[in-house]
Ligand binder design. Structure first.
Ligand code: FAD
Ligand code: NAD
Length: 467
């Protein structure tokens, strides 16, 4: 029987990163994955394939709408969805192959099959053909991630009523895609198909899209996506989704009880994800889940059972790949006797629409609730030379700083390449910079990042230079 210092269950960004860090620290490490490819949700049906399709659809959108103004005349471009999906598949394969390479390089043994607890030191791996093998292990990291959730009255038939997994593999551009949920997945995948020519209608329960982010961002993104033709039904409670043949019908009530009926050919249900613990046999070792199905852990990410840890989407916190990765490193280093730290306030959030949305730290709404005195500096992207050059005029950077100390408490942005720009705000906040500190740093000209400097100038002293 195989014997390991650490066994990781699940090979997503939490699990495979934890395994690498354990191996780097000298632990004999195994990883168990139930699917034939490594990388979990993120690499197979999440971050990577969605970004591949976002990039492809953006190229098409630009070829159709902005090339002419740039002085590039081409025949009317056409969508070849089969090729687009095939390229996405190649991107996924390159990434998952990369994880195989990393496992070999770090001498991590990979077991394919469903991992379940026999005891806190013994895991059974059940392969697709029903054969089993046992692993003896000193410590265990549960990194089994999450699955799409739905609403009790919706049947996901995976053909017409679909989740993100199927939406990443469509063989045609929908005529009318109805999206339930105006969160990250709904807006990213809604954008993909809207750019490719589908009519897209988003039905959201709350009164804004991306409702958990700073309200300014949702408002601004709504304006831009509406301009691009997406339709939004906010404050609508969905009560029925049914499919008949190729037609999907959605019924919802607005805040005043007025009924909305939409008909489309696809309905994407994107109302969040739920932690995945099926088949793990948690009851055999007495590990508990909370009321939302998340594995309970302490501040060291250890479960109630000594030596068994859990990380990523299967525990509390943001369901983000980089959060799972940080926790993977944290647990490996904790096991090795080190004293690592994860600052959850500084885990950035990004929505890969165009313009992109990115944020770190506290929102204005949170600071109000906490009674913190703050000041705000904003700067519009359209005032930048760089934005005019690329015609990416939408968006803004909003910096929130402590009213008394000027320390940056939150940075919220929407604009071209915001996903990359947010790193500057994370670094600044990690080093507890004041808005004035950042405003005195030279920012290359012309770049989109000048908006961060200008917003900091606005926050410090209300003295932006280019407004
Ligand atoms: P997962 O990636 O879910 O991996 C868990 C793995 O465990 C899976 O491979 C599963 O098969 C395996 N497993 C489960 N149970 C067992 C078992 N008993 N035995 C063996 N194996 C098991 N996040 C971002 O940060 N940026 C993005 O751009 C982004 N885009 C996304 C787009 C979409 C469409 C979706 C759906 C998600 C996106 N996410 C994004 C979220 C991100 O994918 C997750 O936060 C991340 O994958 C969580 O990592 P994890 O390691 O906790 O779990
Ligand atoms: P989400 O939580 O981002 O959005 C779900 C939306 O559905 C919310 O706006 C919510 O108000 C709405 N909703 C809930 N119930 C509803 C109902 N009955 N009717 C109408 N609307 C309803 O969830 P998601 O978009 O499904 O994404 C799941 C997870 O995956 C997220 O936690 C996210 O962190 C992660 N993810 C991240 C990225 C990224 O980092 N770029 C991309 C995709 C997914």
């Amino acid at each position: 029987m195989a014997k390991y210092d650490v066994t990781v269950i699940g090979s997503g960004p939490g699990g495979y990163v934890a395994a690498i860090r354990c191996a780097q620290l000298g632990m004999k490490t195994a990883i168990i994955e139930k699917y034939p490819t490594l990388g979990g949700t993120c690499l197979n049906v999440g971050c990577i394939p969605s970004k591949a399709l976002l990039d492809s659809s953006e190229h098409y959108h630009n070829a159709k709408h902005t090339f002419k103004e740039h002085g590039i005349d081409i025949p009317a471009p056409k969508v070849n969805i089969k090729q687009m999906i095939a390229r996405k598949g190649d991107v996924v394969k390159a990434n998952t192959d990369g994880i195989n390479f990393l496992m070999k390089k770090n001498k991590i043994d990979v077991f394919e099959g469903v991992g379940s607890f026999e005891t806190k030191n013994k895991i059974t791996v059940t392969k697709a053909d029903g054969k089993t093998e046992s692993i003896d292990t000193d410590k265990i990291i549960i990194a089994t991630g999450s699955k799409p959730s739905s609403l009790p009255f919706i049947t996901i038939d995976k053909k017409r009523v679909i989740t993100s997994t199927e939406a990443l593999n469509l063989t045609e551009v929908p005529k009318h895609m109805i999206v339930v949920g105006g969160g990250v997945i709904g807006l990213e995948l809604g954008s993909v198909y809207a750019r490719l020519g589908a009519e897209v209608s988003v039905v959201e329960y709350m009164d804004s899209i991306i409702p958990t982010m700073d309200k300014t961002l949702g408002k601004e993104l709504l304006k831009v996506l509406k301009k691009e033709g997406m339709k939004f039904y906010l404050s609508h409670k969905v009560k029925e989704v049914s499919a008949k043949g190729k037609t999907v019908t959605l019924k919802a009530d607005d805040a005043k009880g007025k009924e909305l009926v939409l008909e489309g050919d696809y309905c994407l249900v994107s109302v969040g994800r739920k932690p995945y613990t099926e088949g793990l046999g948690l009851d055999k070792v007495g590990i508990k889940t909370d009321d939302r199905g998340r594995i309970e852990v302490d501040n060291h990410l250890q479960t109630k059972v000594a030596g068994v840890y859990a990380i990523g989407d299967v525990i509390k916190g943001a369901m983000l790949a980089h959060k799972a990765e940080e926790e993977g490193v944290f647990v490996a280093e904790t096991m090795a006797g080190q004293k690592p730290h994860v600052d959850y306030n500084l885990i950035p959030g990004v929505v890969y629409t165009w313009p992109e949305v990115a944020a770190v730290g506290k929102t204005e709404e949170q600071l109000k609730e906490e009674g913190v005195e703050y000041k705000v500096g904003s700067f519009p992207m359209r005032a930048l030379g760089r934005s005019r050059a690329s015609m990416d005029l939408d968006g803004l950077v909003k910096v929130i700083a402590d009213k008394n100390t000027d320390e940056i408490l939150g940075v919220h942005m929407i604009g071209a390449r915001a996903a990359d720009m947010i790193a500057e705000a994370v670094v600044a906040m990690e080093f507890r910079a004041s808005a004035e500190d950042v405003s005195r740093i030279s920012h290359a000209h012309p770049t989109y990042t000048e908006a961060i400097k200008e917003a900091c100038l606005a926050a410090t002293d209300n003295r932006p230079l280019h407004m």
